[in-house]
Design a protein around this ligand. Structure first.
Ligand code: MG
Length: 221
């Protein structure tokens, strides 16, 4: 079985439905279909939560998405928390999640993060896997998520939406893999984020509370 080694490389206001970005088509890939959307990936830190506390309207919005039939996953590139901790924390925050709904980079790695296990001996061991066919990817840049998460939810990348607060790592990264990229103005997003970014999101919304209306506008399942 091929191992996947992941190195930690780090990790327009529109209430009521969002707005399409005029520059999106220049950067969002070629010929991507915008509908039907079937899967929704939510960047945990900055979209449903900020510092693990619910964004206003987030619990209701996630419930609405699930009730509408979308496959919803919570994703994160953090390497400092494991899925049991996140499951318990998000459940205490009111989201009531199952561990299987949380996609983390460490869950698909043989070594990640810079904790006490990140030693020269450990690096030597995992780099020894490379000649055997293991892949080395940058976890903080999210490539593993965007390449595998839509399929895990039963969707083609063109049927998946990535919602994030980091325009480059979350939104533009997802667009490069064929997903629809949606930027929220919560979390780390700042007014200059859009101005200074090398590309444009497909859509920008105020917060996750606006996501159900945006998806409804994009078209039925
Ligand atoms: Mg984030």
């Amino acid at each position: 079985m091929t191992k996947l080694i992941v190195a930690d490389a780090g990790a327009n206001r529109a209430p009521g439905g969002g707005e399409s970005s005029p520059g999106a088509r220049r950067t969002a890939g070629f010929g991507r279909l915008m509908r039907p959307i079937r899967a929704v990936l939510l960047d945990i830190d900055g979209v449903p939560t900020v510092s693990w506390r619910p964004v206003p309207g987030a619990i209701k919005a996630r419930a609405r998405l699930r009730a509408d039939g979308y496959a919803v996953a919570l994703v994160t590139n953090t390497t400092s928390r494991d899925r049991p901790w996140m499951t318990a924390t998000l459940t205490r925050a009111g989201f009531g999640v199952d561990a299987a709904e949380i996609f983390t980079a460490p869950a698909i790695t043989v070594l990640g993060g810079a904790g006490p296990d990140f030693s020269c001996a450990a690096l030597n061991r995992v780099f020894g896997y490379l000649p055997e066919g293991a892949r080395l990817v940058a976890m903080g840049r999210n490539p593993a998520f965007f390449a595998t998460a839509p399929a895990s939810l039963g969707a083609d990348p063109s049927q998946a939406v990535m919602v994030g607060d980091d325009i480059e790592a979350d939104v533009l990264g997802a667009q490069r893999h064929g997903l629809t990229g949606v930027l929220v103005r919560t979390g780390k997003c700042r007014p200059e984020s859009l101005r200074d970014a090398p590309g444009a999101p497909d859509h920008v919304i105020g917060s996750i509370a606006d996501l159900p209306a945006l998806l409804e506008r994009l078209g039925p399942l």
